[in-house]
Design a protein around this ligand. Sequence first.
Ligand SMILES: NC(=O)c1ccc[n+]([C@@H]2O[C@H](COP(=O)([O-])OP(=O)(O)OC[C@H]3O[C@@H](n4cnc5c(N)ncnc54)[C@H](OP(=O)(O)O)[C@@H]3O)[C@@H](O)[C@H]2O)c1
Length: 254
Amino acid sequence: MSTDRPFGLSTDRSFEGRVALVTGGSGGIGAAICRHLALAGASVAIGYASNAEPAEALAAELTDGARSAQAFGADLADPSAPAELIAGIERALGGVDVLVANHGRAHQAAYEDIDAEAFDRTLAINLRAPFLLAQAALPGMRERGFGRVLFISSAAAFRGGVIGPDYAASKAGLHGLTHFLASRTAKDGVTVNALAPGFIQTAMLPGDPAALAESVPVGRVGEPEEVADLALAILRNAYLTNHVLSLDGGMHPR
Ligand SMILES: NC(=O)c1ccc[n+]([C@@H]2O[C@H](COP(=O)([O-])OP(=O)(O)OC[C@H]3O[C@@H](n4cnc5c(N)ncnc54)[C@H](OP(=O)(O)O)[C@@H]3O)[C@@H](O)[C@H]2O)c1
């Protein structure tokens, strides 16, 4: 599937004038969400940890006369990084209207082999950082009367998955975070939701796509553009909040 012209969005300008941060924008799903948001008119802050090159290349691709896209490096394992990242984006692009906390650590290991340090590291990146990002972005969103927060979790939150207990627990934690924050910000024009993908064709895919596809009713792994398509639908909709939506080819009906 081409990423040049995501389906359904050629005339959608819903995010004109908005500033969006997508963490993990150097990765597969994050890059697709950045492209969709830029096509919908947003100025996009592309977050990365160590892979500056794809984030910078994407920023160059998405910048045109009417909107800007900029790469922002931050290791979100550092507890001070989320607030610094939000403040840096506010200085460069303006207040963050749309936060897509998409970055993630997926360290595949048997539960017997995960020590306290590895467990804490996964939780720090996958759960603490999304909370701290939201905590830093929400005051501005509430003040402006518009905000969108979307946490990218995982089908592993429901099924356990194949990566590790730390990963599954961190993603399930995002669902609790969604419910806590959504109920407290809904009256201020802010929606908070989570999107839980199943197997998606990116560098993080935990195994051979053909083998993994055998457990998927649709018969294939998903594409990053399919995740981005649903992410935009969630972000556009002012009446959808406090929900966790799955996108998994039918693996986990609920
Ligand atoms: N692919 C799947 O099958 C699948 C399924 C369910 C859920 N998900 C979730 O989808 C999200 C995106 O994953 P992906 O599939 O697009 O994987 P990916 O291509 O490997 O991208 C992962 C992204 O996370 C960033 N990241 C990792 N550690 C970070 C840190 N300490 N601080 C800041 N950023 C960090 C990476 O930045 P650098 O490149 O700069 O290191 C990269 O941009 C993740 O939250 C993942 O858990 C993926």
